[in-house]
Design a protein around this ligand. Structure first.
Ligand code: MRU
Length: 351
């Protein structure tokens, strides 16, 4: 069993570790409906691209259970399920995994029409469980490929939280760090605090500390100082959506780090599963960037930290051009100097 379990399915309900309460309290929210799971995604009780994809898959199972007994016709069942899917997908627009997880259940439901409701629901539950377990094994494979790129000793800068908490378990960027550390490498992590939601200080620092991986917390604006003084050997981040040409949408501030890494000749790596690629987006410019509330910037846990009435902007993600990325680490292999050709080759590879 994984040390950190952000998502637990007990057969009836989805239990989500409330990431707003960390690092002080470890509380699970119990969801018995798709609406409740959707609300947890909206409020970021569960967050991180792969984690919201997995949560959405279970939300669809809960929706199917609710819809199935009241409908006679298969088509009506599918229509209702697709309606729930559309609502879920629109909750957070940038992370492609949310649509991906939802669609996996929809496609499965379509392929099973004609089955008895009991059998159909069982298959859908198994599909969600497979998505959950696959996510963990995919992360471990990413970790193994990524660890091979990490020298020892190595001082690694990471941004946001692309760890166990952002996935079903283990993590993508933090999965690489875990694998490198547990293979015996001398690793030190610098974690950006990641304003405004503080995924770095509240979540990444908590996760790494819990596992005994050496970590130092820095404010976002200190990254340039640490890079320019030669204290960082590489940068590793996760991704929310990767375009066909290798442009990466990830937490706001990622682009700044990539520019700084280029300036100081420090390798900049992205770790992400194949499910984070969106080949329908030719380049980063067509990726929708989620804007979140002004209150996340003007307030810290409901305490005002800016003058009343001040306007704020809160884009939650930015786009890092492929040219700034040394490699994208996937479960299918490492894509060095990502571009359309090497990305399509790697995605086509059967593991
Ligand atoms: O707004 P969040 O916390 O959901 O954003 C998370 C990130 O940007 C992560 O880096 C990304 O989802 C990858 S998680 C493996």
């Amino acid at each position: 069993m994984e040390k950190i379990q952000p998502i637990i399915w007990d057969g009836e309900r989805l239990l989500l570790l409330d990431q707003r309460a960390l690092p002080l309290n470890e509380i699970y929210i119990s969801c018995s409906s798709a609406e409740e799971v959707g609300e947890c995604i909206r409020r970021m009780a569960v967050r991180g691209a792969p984690a919201i994809g997995v949560a959405a898959a279970f939300a669809m199972v809960l929706a199917a259970r609710q819809i199935a007994p009241s409908l006679e016709k298969d088509e009506a069942f599918l229509d209702k399920l697709a309606e729930t899917g559309t609502i879920l997908k629109n909750i957070r627009p940038t992370a492609v995994n949310l649509s991906w997880g939802t669609d996996q259940i929809l496609v499965k439901a379509k392929s099973l029409l004609g089955m008895s409701p009991g059998e159909l629901l069982e298959h859908l539950e198994n599909t969600a469980l497979n998505i959950y377990h696959d996510d963990i094994s995919v992360n471990k494979q990413i970790g193994e490929y990524g660890a091979a790129l990490i020298p020892s000793p190595c001082s690694i800068l990471t941004h946001c939280n692309a760890g166990a908490l952002a996935t079903a378990g283990y993590g993508t960027a933090l999965g690489v760090i875990r694998s490198a550390f547990f293979s015996g490498k001398d690793i030190h992590v610098f974690a950006d605090e990641t304003r405004p939601f503080l995924q770095g200080s509240r979540l990444t620092a908590w996760e790494l500390q819990k596992e005994g991986i050496p970590v130092t917390l820095i404010v976002d604006s200190a990254a340039g100082y640490f890079l320019s003084t030669g204290q960082i050997d590489c940068v590793i981040v996760g991704a929310d959506r990767i375009a066909a040409n290798g442009d990466v949408a990830n937490k706001i501030g990622t682009y700044t780090l990539a520019v700084l890494a280029e300036k100081h000749n420090v390798p900049f790596y992205v770790a992400a599963p194949v499910s984070t690629f969106d080949l329908s987006a030719a380049a980063g410019g067509s990726i929708v960037v989620e804007n979140r509330s002004e209150a996340e910037v003007t307030h810290l846990q409901e305490v005002a930290i800016a003058p009343p009435g001040i306007r704020a902007q809160n884009p939650s993600f930015d786009i890092t051009p492929a040219q700034l990325i040394r490699a994208i680490i996937t479960e299918n292999g490492v894509i060095v100097n990502p571009n359309q050709l090497n990305i399509s080759r790697t995605l086509a590879y059967e593991r």
